[in-house]
Design a protein around this ligand. Structure first.
Ligand code: BGC
Length: 259
């Protein structure tokens, strides 16, 4: 029997898809037949590379540049994606940033940037997506790329933790509120993944060794580890899963031992 691709005929929009986890998600979903709307801040070489990778995976898609932290731009993103692709079935809220600062040094500008991209952006892009699904009377899938830090404290990253903690409760609320519309909502919570968000850490051997000491599986995660979890939640196999966080962290979150 021929193997049927798990997302055949689906259209997925991935925010922040020009690199890192976002790119890996775009390519993994494309490998399973989904057409991909590649979103990032700019329609540049990096976004073009993601689309090229999507095509190399045997699928197709388009690029729609938009700054999701601006509500109007987020709404336009959904509209343009529909104009290009006809509809959207799966939304992956991946765009995110973090800022390292002691609490007393956090400026309002830093706080706003982190919260506006990570939480407000996901909130209003999701709202526009849900409105599209309701108007077309179809169900759909929402997968947020959260973090172990939706649960676990991360000193010096309080804005980031506030955004991811907010994303956790947004996901739980929407899972209940949107269930009657046939929409599932889940989070994938990565631990330490080897992407550019961790550049400084990756170039600091002492910090890296200390971090690996906290990861029971003793390695950093790969973007593909995260992408495989997103694929599951976006596929029919996860039909009965909503309101959940799937941790992809090598055991980091619940690691505690007395020596
Ligand atoms: C953060 C990384 C951090 C990792 C594990 C992620 O959410 O983006 O900076 O290394 O969590 O703490």
């Amino acid at each position: 029997m021929e193997k049927v691709a798990r997302l055949q005929g689906k259209i997925a929009l991935v925010t922040g898809a020009a690199r890192g986890i976002g790119r890996a998600v775009a390519v993994r979903l494309a490998q399973e037949g989904a057409k991909i709307v590649v979103n990032d801040l700019h329609d540049d070489d990096r976004a073009a590379q993601t689309l090229a990778d999507v095509r190399a995976a045997g699928s197709d898609g388009c690029i729609v540049a938009a700054d999701v932290s601006e509500t109007q731009a987020g709404r336009r993103l959904i509209e343009e994606a529909i104009t290009h692709m006809g509809r959207i079935d799966v939304l992956v809220n991946n765009a995110g940033v973090e800022h390292n600062a002691s609490f007393l040094d956090v400026t309002e500008e830093d706080y706003d940037r982190v919260l506006d991209i990570n939480l407000k952006g996901a909130f209003f892009v999701t709202q526009a997506f849900v409105s599209h699904l309701r108007d077309s009377q179809r169900g759909g899938r929402i997968v947020n790329i959260s973090s172990v830090h939706e649960e676990l404290p991360f000193p010096h990253f309080t804005s980031y933790c506030a955004s991811k903690g907010g994303m956790k409760m947004m996901m739980r609320n929407l899972a209940i509120e949107l269930a009657p519309l046939g929409i599932t909502v889940n989070n994938v919570a990565p631990g330490a993944i080897g992407t550019s968000i961790n550049d400084r850490l990756l170039h600091d051997p002492a910090k890296l060794t200390a971090l690996l000491g906290n990861i029971p599986l003793k390695r950093l995660g790969k973007p593909l580890d995260v992408a495989n979890a997103v694929l599951f939640l976006a596929s029919d196999e996860a039909d009965y899963v909503t309101g959940s966080t799937l941790y992809v962290d090598g055991g980091l979150l619940w690691n505690y031992a007395e020596q």
